[in-house]
Write a protein that binds this ligand. Structure first.
Ligand code: ARG
Length: 470
């Protein structure tokens, strides 16, 4: 095809030349897959060492290849490497440069290998490393939450259902709910790594190879537990990327929920927390405002995390075995999810560490919402033997009375309470304060400060063990 701008007046306008240029533009992945350069070099080094060890290439060629690959690594990292779109992807860019550097020996590197297993191994290495990074970032967030939970294990706040005050809980308990969520993300990231820890290198194009390769050796050299067991699956599987995206989307969902609570809590109407200046911004027109932008952006970025997961699921559905070029679309989603999740985790960790809690405001809010009405009902059951349904009714009347007086339940006179149920005694006041309510919820996993502290100890120990295992 002639390089001529006028070759297609209808749809060629954006391109420097005709259909060949358009083909190149749609085909090339080098603008984004250059991110895989270190993994590509590592994979080729391992492959060439294995080829020499099995006698498929000479040790002389192996050494030339290794020298050239190291030069390329250095060129890329120092910014002097010239990437070419014409060479499509990172694999061909590296190989072409290798030929320039070492001559014909470069042509032996691709023996018993295809770009199909090459990209599969590169991408697995990249996702594996990134999942481990997520693990470290999640641990930092969990630690920040544990610290705040410990500090506020006995700080009472309203617990909500339907965003209506339900029962008093402690801030520590609330923070520990997020520790549970992020710990599940941590475990998802970890067992994703466990499953992807198999090397597809040596599957070749799709059917394996007739050369006497040693796939165990390349797997070991690249830090994989073992080689994959089916060459067709090896080049067509992107579960590791999907699992990473799913883990990231679920984790983002947790981050988004916490972000939403921070947005609510930091409004003057709630007033539970004050964000540090570092994690909020002012308004250019309204001087009184302090906006929780970081929390809002964490909440918003969850959208594209979900999008990336759906995008790759959609790319993969309906692909016949084995490799199809569709699979080249796997990378941008994963790259962006990894980068975005990193930023979201860092921002949330900073906000959690920095935010200042207003314990007084939380306690007042808990007391204002008749949050101990359930405690009153439970007292009627436990002390007077009322069936719960009847106790619920009596407590409801007490709430209505308190409401008409504009006071809290604990402010009602004993005579008033007796007018609702004659059996009520002075003793009832011991359960009507939010402090006592919280202290009484001693069931395993309950909100009593002692239970919260127990869970904090449990997670600190698990976190430590997890880190030691790495
Ligand atoms: N750039 C390609 C990708 O990311 C590499 C594999 C190309 N394989 C092929 N048979 N064209 O998927």
């Amino acid at each position: 095809m002639k390089d001529d701008k006028s070759s297609n007046q209808m749809w060629g306008g954006r391109f420097a030349s005709g259909p060949a240029a358009i083909m190149q533009a749609i085909n090339a992945s080098i603008p984004f897959d250059r991110k895989l350069y270190a993994e590509d070099v590592a994979g080729s080094l391992a492959h060439s060492r294995m080829l020499a060890a099995t006698g498929i290439i000479s040790s002389d060629d192996r050494d030339k290849i290794a020298g050239g690959l190291r030069t390329i690594l250095h060129e890329i990292e120092s910014g002097t490497f010239v990437f070419s779109e014409r060479l499509e992807d990172i694999h061909m860019n590296v190989e072409a440069r290798l030929a320039e550097l070492i001559g014909p020996a470069a042509g032996r590197l691709h023996t018993a290998r295809s770009r199909n297993d090459q990209v599969a191994v590169d991408f697995r290495l990249w996702v594996k490393r990134e999942a481990l990074r997520v693990t470290v970032a999640l641990e930092a967030l969990i630690e920040a939450l544990l610290d705040r939970a410990e500090e506020h294990a006995a700080t009472v706040m309203p617990g909500f259902t339907h965003l209506q005050t339900a029962q008093p809980v402690t801030f520590g308990h609330h923070a520990m709910a997020y520790v549970e969520m992020f710990s599940r993300d941590l475990s998802r990231a970890g067992d994703g790594v466990d499953r992807m820890d198999e090397s597809p290198l040596g599957a070749a194009a799709l059917a394996g190879t007739s050369y006497p390769i040693d796939r165990g050796m390349t797997a070991r050299e690249l830090g994989f537990r073992e080689p994959t067991r089916n060459s067709l699956d090896s080049v067509s599987d992107r579960d590791f990327a999907l699992e990473f995206l799913a883990m990231a989307a679920i984790c983002a969902t947790h981050l988004s929920r916490l972000a939403e609570e921070i947005v609510l809590w930091s409004t003057p109407q709630f007033g539970f927390v004050r964000l540090s200046d570092a994690f909020s911004t002012g308004s250019s027109i309204m001087p009184q405002k302090k906006n929780p932008d970081a929390a809002e952006l964490v909440r918003a970025k969850t959208g594209r995390m979900n999008g990336h997961l759906i995008a790759l699921l959609t790319v993969m559905k309906g692909l016949p075995l084995a490799y199809s070029k569709d699979m080249q679309e796997d990378k941008e989603a994963v790259f962006d999810s990894a980068e975005t999740l990193d930023l979201m985790l860092a921002a949330m960790t900073g906000m959690v560490r920095d935010m200042v809690l207003d314990a007084g405001a939380m306690r007042r809010a808990a007391a204002a919402g008749y949050a101990t009405a359930t405690d009153l009902a439970d007292w009627l059951v436990q002390k007077l033997g009322l069936p719960f349904r009847e106790a619920h009714h009596v407590a409801g009347k007490a709430v209505a009375l308190a409401e008409s007086r504009g006071s809290g339940l604990e402010k009602l006179a004993l005579a008033d309470l007796k007018s609702i149920h004659p059996g009520i005694t002075e003793d009832v006041y011991s359960v009507l304060t939010v402090q006592n309510s919280v202290r009484s919820r001693q069931s395993f996993g309950g909100t009593a400060p002692a239970q919260v502290r127990k869970q904090i100890r449990y997670w600190r120990k698990r976190l430590k063990k997890g880190r030691e295992r790495r």
